[in-house]
Design a protein around this ligand. Sequence first.
Ligand code: GUN
Ligand code: FE
Length: 425
Amino acid sequence: MITILKGNICYSEAPDKLKIVEHGYLVYSENQVLGVYSEFPEDYLYFKITDYGDYLIIPGLCDLHTHAPQYSFRGLGTDLELLDWLGRYTYPEESKYAQLDYAVKAYNIFTNAIKHSATTRACIFATLHTPATVYLMEKLEQSGIVSMVGKVNMDRNCPAILRQADAKAAYNAARSWILDTKDRFDNTSPIITPRFIPTCSDELMRNLKQLQEEYALPVQSHLSENMDEIAWVKELCPQCETYSHAYQQFGLFGGSGVPTVMAHCVWCNDREIDLMTQNNVYVAHCPQSNFNLASGIAPVRKYLKHGINVGLGSDVAGGCHLSIFRAMSDAMQASNLYWRLIDNLYEPLSLEEAFYLGTRGGGSFFGNVGSFEKGYEFDAVVIDDSKLLTTNPLSIRERLSRVIYCSDDSAIRAKYVRGKQVELT
Ligand code: GUN
Ligand code: FE
């Protein structure tokens, strides 16, 4: 079935190239984009047009890193640094997901929020609890978005209530969860998730590698977020050249057949950057979380110059907002400060680049996702910016800028994922 949407179409052709087609036609068939046209494409004369008038039509946004169980305490504890925040807020909250009825309440709130956001793809941490994680996956599937969900693994350096009995128990639980969920959903799939090196023993990491290989699954984790965390990893893995090598030694740091996304990457040194480049490791840049937890400013421009794939993450509850528009504006602000205060060789991100990171940059972790070029999967969001009142005539690019900085979910008029419209009521 071929369908045509009409409106002001904006999408990235390259990191610094934003294509805008004013009052254009976006044609897709099933779940794939066929093309974008400035004049009505006569070839498609007999197909249905949905006319969105003066609204903006953009690719769906991609959240490369967030924590579903932490949505319930977003906005709390942001006066602490990472390790204290984990101990005081995160672990106590995550331990509640042992109770399925608590998880049901909390995950209904989370999935409702992400469904009504502009996000169409997400990499999501759950907790280590299997029934709660499966419930989260069921709700995400119903939400219509495409997600990779991780049952979290931890067997050391965390409260006993969140610690798996041993690496073998963690392996068995992860394996049965993978078998239960890997072919069960259309849009929701498991991803191997060691929380981070401090909470995962060597044996657990070896077991996770075995599962990763056996079921050909992608990997998500945290990397070089906070100075005390990095010092701790050095203590735990004195033989490793860097934090990245602590993952690499187990084959859980990208490379062939191991698609990997690492959140934060605030303090990666040059050896790590080389390894990330070589192994095609994705960076999930989470600027708001990095501000809140005083983690630092990730050198995104440096990563882009190295050709590293970068996407954006909300990292709720390190970040307080699920919005990837918000992550785009935060990323621009973070890059301004990096350039001004840290290294003036690394110029700030442009609007085009921030938009790219939140759409095509992160989207590529999911395949041909995050743009409207021919052959891309059709994920789109329709935005009504008419509530952002102004006395000035604005270009489409200026209107997009104001959407990124000033709009909220109430501006979303329609959302499509893999060619299917999501019911937003
Ligand atoms: N590192 C390990 N766990 C977490 C978490 O839950 N949030 C953040 N921001 N960093 C982490
Ligand atoms: Fe995180």
